[in-house]
Design a protein around this ligand. Sequence first.
Ligand SMILES: Nc1ncnc2c1ncn2[C@@H]1O[C@H](COP(=O)(O)OP(=O)(O)OP(=O)(O)O)[C@@H](O)[C@H]1O
Length: 259
Amino acid sequence: MSTPALAARHLDAGHGRTVVVDDLTLEVAPRTVTALVGPNGSGKSTLLMTLARVLRPQAGEVLLDGSPLARTSSVEVARRLGVLPQSAVVPTGATVREVVEQGRYPQLGAWAMLRRRDDTAMRRALELTGLTALADRRLDSLSGGERQRAWIAMTLAQETGILLLDEPTTYLDVRHQIDLMNLVEHLRDDHAMTVVMVLHDLNQAARHADRIVALRGGRVRADGPPRAVLTPTVLREVFDVDAVVVDDPVTGRPLFVSR
Ligand SMILES: Nc1ncnc2c1ncn2[C@@H]1O[C@H](COP(=O)(O)OP(=O)(O)OP(=O)(O)O)[C@@H](O)[C@H]1O
């Protein structure tokens, strides 16, 4: 396998002294989409935020393109890794355009030449999230879904090779959920990006991810392609759900239906 885009080695992660993620080892191949799933409190966000260096590992290490994340500069991390956290503080008065522009800060260099690229990156991020018409609206005047799309646009404007998304479809109506999942696949296929995202919708994970990692109690309980993870046994063991798994009539991927 080529150097993993991201790797966790014997990672312990948590909050204060509480260990949430316990001795976790994981390698994420470049140009893949990985879905992290698991019950509430199983450690998905804690893991994602530790991979993003928002949280410091309690033990073990995270590698970004093979190099220790802890020894990579903050600017370099921000250039290579975009993060959409579960909740973000809405800046009072800021417009969508201003928020998305913040995504460009890590890329800003001393050369004025870069401005053109910034404009292009911002325009593209607004277009991809369907926010062009709302660019001058204040973020605090938007609906929950529009605001969520603005955060996603900010993350996209960063133009990183890796995206870590925590429940990106939260607040989105079904049309925008589909658009976002298609966008994730487009970023992988046409822009060689690596995406790790926390999802609660298992059918969405099965449909759009190459790999599903199921956590419970801070440990990996199942890991593999959707067909290997979305099984009645895993659904029972990880989620306490009694379910049947059928073939999605559109994609042929596994689709679960609870009993
Ligand atoms: N800031 C914090 N301080 C202390 N404990 C925390 C903090 N954030 C999360 N936890 C605890 O860590 C554990 C794992 O939380 P985490 O948010 O990683 O789970 P999750 O799988 O993402 O859950 P959910 O599906 O509910 O979003 C939970 O028991 C939670 O209460």
